[in-house]
Design a protein around this ligand. Structure first.
Ligand code: PLP
Length: 460
């Protein structure tokens, strides 16, 4: 695959970006003296330097140079109400003078827990932590404790945060990852003990038969099957009809638990993806939107499973955390969930549907067989003609094209994830969706020669 045109265009787009963002460049140079590579979060780093955002209001954010962007990233789906929503600002502002956090429970944690238990069909009781990473880590540990079994089946490409236990086969090199229907579990990074891959058999998403084969192979050893109802970071890949239901049946049949990671998908309906798809897991990990813009995570499940943590029960398991149940996160979370009712979510999903349709039409108008996948209010663009139903389908989209799209969209005032993900927030209007579609259309025109060179099969 030749890529001279693509490289050229990337260089040119990067120079334009540098010219538009001198203050971000300065900030990055300063950051490099105190942070490795100037970075403290891999997902927000990109070349030639990340953009530094100074402020946000509603659907708009502004960088240090005063460039304004429509924010279709929303801190990776967590800011479902957009920036500085009045309900959140007011609630947190009113609470701040009373102190931030105490070595004691605060009533706000009960209020958020009550809201979550009332909304989520699979959550009778919930415990809070500080991130989605912790939430899934606890979910998996809970399953191992409750069942007394060691293995947790996960999906190839499934991102569940950065804990050692779950950084298995997140972005594996397909050439080394074994056959598509029986992928090898591979540690994601140096430093992860190989033993963790041995307790994490991996299946392709949307393939219930592959899960059944693993359940057979490891009969009596599996604590749980863990997945996102829609694969988020892997490329907003929705479940095929019947897939989640089949996993529910299989997990019951083989005597193990079903864990949903709803850290991203809880925004799909008031009761999360589990209510939308009508499949209730035994344990659910949540995060992002429930913190209203503050760090948060939560793990919930049936009363019986969650009683493992009940300090009044003999042999209960400890669950600590200096900032667990942080009052400001709890208060912001309550304010967010109160705004995020059925009508608000219906509107988000409707706008996302229009965005998906608009982006697909743009591909079609340019004679390109690109894919736009998604569900609820989260979507992803893929530069591949293959249908994207699992990690390997998404991986066939060349990363430099997505990187180029990201920079070109920034130039046009549209802020997205560098992997081609967009999501909708409450303050967005239909005209914002239209702006994103027009910008994308314009980007495709600019990218056409590079696409023709890098993925000729996309054209035609
Ligand atoms: C599905 C899923 N699970 C877990 C996590 C980890 O959450 P956090 O970044 O809050 O640790 C993420 C983060 O993007 C996620 O998308």
């Amino acid at each position: 695959m030749g890529d001279a045109l693509l490289e050229n265009l990337l260089q040119k787009t990067q120079s334009t970006y540098v010219q538009r963002t001198p203050r971000s460049q300065q900030a990055h140079q300063r950051a490099r003296l105190a942070l490795p590579g100037g970075d403290t979060r891999s997902s927000t780093y990109f070349k030639p330097h990340p953009v530094y955002i100074a402020r946000g209001s509603g659907a708009v954010i502004e960088d240090l140079d005063g460039n304004r962007y429509l924010d279709f990233l929303n801190n990776y789906t967590s800011l479902v109400l957009g920036h500085a929503h009045p309900a959140v600002v007011e609630a947190v502002g009113a609470a701040l003078p009373d102190g931030t956090v105490f070595g004691a429970p605060h009533l706000a944690q009960v209020e958020l827990a009550e809201r979550i238990c009332a909304r989520m069909p699979g959550i009778d009781l919930v415990r809070f932590c500080n991130s989605g990473t912790e939430a899934v880590m606890y979910a998996v540990r809970l399953a191992r404790i409750y069942t007394g079994k060691p293995l947790v089946i996960k999906m190839e490409g499934g991102y569940h945060g950065t804990s050692d236990v779950l950084e298995i086969s997140v972005h594996p090199d397909v050439a080394k990852a074994g056959p598509p229907d029986k992928p090898l579990p591979l540690p994601e990074s140096r430093g992860i003990p190989p033993g963790l891959a041995e307790v994490s058999p991996v299946a392709p998403f949307n393939d219930a038969e592959a899960v059944q084969d693993l359940l057979e192979e490891h009969r009596g050893q599996v604590a749980a099957v863990l997945l996102e109802p829609m694969m988020g970071s892997a490329g907003a890949i929705p479940p095929q009809p019947g897939y989640l239901q089949k996993l529910r049946e299989l997990t019951r049949q083989y005597g193990c638990l079903l864990i949903f990671d709803e850290v991203q998908t809880m925004r799909f309906s008031p009761g999360g993806a589990q209510a939308l798809y009508g499949v209730v897991p035994d344990i659910t990990a949540i995060g992002k939107i429930i913190g209203g813009g503050f760090p948060i995570g939560g793990v919930g499940g049936t009363r019986e499973i969650m009683s493992v943590y009940d300090p009044e029960k003999p042999g209960s398991v400890s669950h600590g955390g200096t900032f667990n149940g942080h009052p400001l996160a709890m208060i912001a979370g309550c304010a967010t969930l109160d705004v995020l009712d059925q009508a608000a979510i219906d509107r988000l999903n409707l706008l996302a549907g229009k965005l998906i349709q608009g982006l697909r039409e743009a591909f079609a108008q340019h004679g390109m067989r690109g894919q736009v996948t998604g569900a609820g209010s989260i979507l992803n663009v893929h530069f591949t003609p293959q249908s994207v139903v699992n990690y390997r389908g998404a991986e066939s989209s060349p990363e430099p094209l997505t990187r180029l799209l990201h920079l070109l969209l920034l130039e046009r005032g549209i802020y997205t994830a560098k992997r081609g993900m967009l999501n909708i927030s409450v303050p967005m209007a239909e005209s914002d969706v239209q702006k994103a579609v027009e910008a994308f259309d314009d980007c495709l025109a600019v990218m056409r020669p590079a696409i023709a060179e890098a993925v000729p099969e996309l054209l035609g």
